[in-house]
Design a protein around this ligand. Structure first.
Ligand code: ADP
Ligand code: MG
Length: 252
């Protein structure tokens, strides 16, 4: 699905200086795979996700999506950026429909796609409400619905559950897992929570420090299975990850 070849990303700092946020990243993501990206604050997670979304172009190297250079947003890539990104002046329904409005779909098609999704995500009864009238978990479900309404092949999420309490977080993790399975989505999720990274990601990319380089866990076959959270293998992976990123999960 994705092929990243020697991808580096520099940001301008002031007029003359550059800051290197990513250093020669090589990564290949197969269709239907679930990836977690983890690391301390400021290590380049969002930068990498923006590159995968086509929202940023690398300074060096290539981001290939389905074999082609990714040069902008794609209809079949659904994105949830950091924070929920909902429009406060639009209702739940209007927020979810937004990608379809941008694609100039007919009213009928919008309704056909939106209604079952709202139903599936338990949002039907609040479709006329505004985001401020919803809890954090409900707002995040609206953001998920909006990312999925145009039926993307890829779901990219930047710290989607970080503001939620533990129980809501687990419920939404399970929801995302079932949606990935039903729709055979390729999923990349940024998190700074070690347990979440290990539970959801079939593969895990860790930014160990601020050098812009990565370490990875490629074998995590039991991810997504409820019982996995209580196994020795789960704890071993968690402590490996903790040793790499120095317990950075407590940074926001
Ligand atoms: P993370 O999501 O892991 O917290 P980011 O990818 O947002 O990290 O940022 C990586 C580094 O790049 C940080 O040091 C951040 O300050 C810097 N950075 C991010 N965006 C910009 C920008 N637009 N201009 C300059 N520096 C940036
Ligand atoms: Mg970030």
């Amino acid at each position: 699905m994705y092929q990243l070849e020697n991808v580096s990303m520099d940001y301008h700092v002031g007029k003359k200086n550059m800051f290197r946020a990513l250093e020669k990243i090589n990564l290949s993501i197969a269709p239907g795979e679930r990836y977690s990206l983890i690391g301390p604050s400021g290590c380049g997670k969002s930068t990498l996700l923006h590159l995968l979304a086509g929202l940023l172009q690398p300074t060096e190297g290539q981001v290939l999506y389905r074999g082609k250079n990714l040069t902008g947003c794609q209809q079949d890539i659904g994105v949830i950026l950091q924070g929920y990104g909902l429009f406060p002046w639009k209702t739940v329904e209007q927020n979810v429909m937004l990608p379809l409005i941008l694609q100039k779909k007919s009213k009928e098609e919008m309704r056909e796609k939106t209604e079952p999704l709202l139903e599936h995500l338990g949002l039907s009864s609040m479709n006329k409400k505004y985001p401020r009238q919803l809890s954090g978990g409900q707002q995040q479900r609206v953001a998920i619905a909006r990312a999925l309404v145009a039926e993307p092949q890829v779901l990219l999420m930047d710290e989607p559950f970080s503001a939620l309490d533990a129980l809501t977080r687990e419920n939404l993790q399970n929801l995302v897992l079932s949606l990935c399975e039903e729709r055979n989505l390729t999923m990349v999720m940024v998190t700074h929570n070690i347990e979440e990274a290990i539970f959801l990601g079939q593969k895990i990319v860790a930014f160990a420090d601020h050098s812009g380089q990565i370490k990875r866990i490629d074998e995590n076959p039991h991810s997504g299975q409820t019982a996995y959270r209580n196994t020795a293998e789960f704890y071993q992976h968690c402590s490996l990850l903790r040793s790499w990123i120095g317990g950075g999960q407590h940074e926001a």
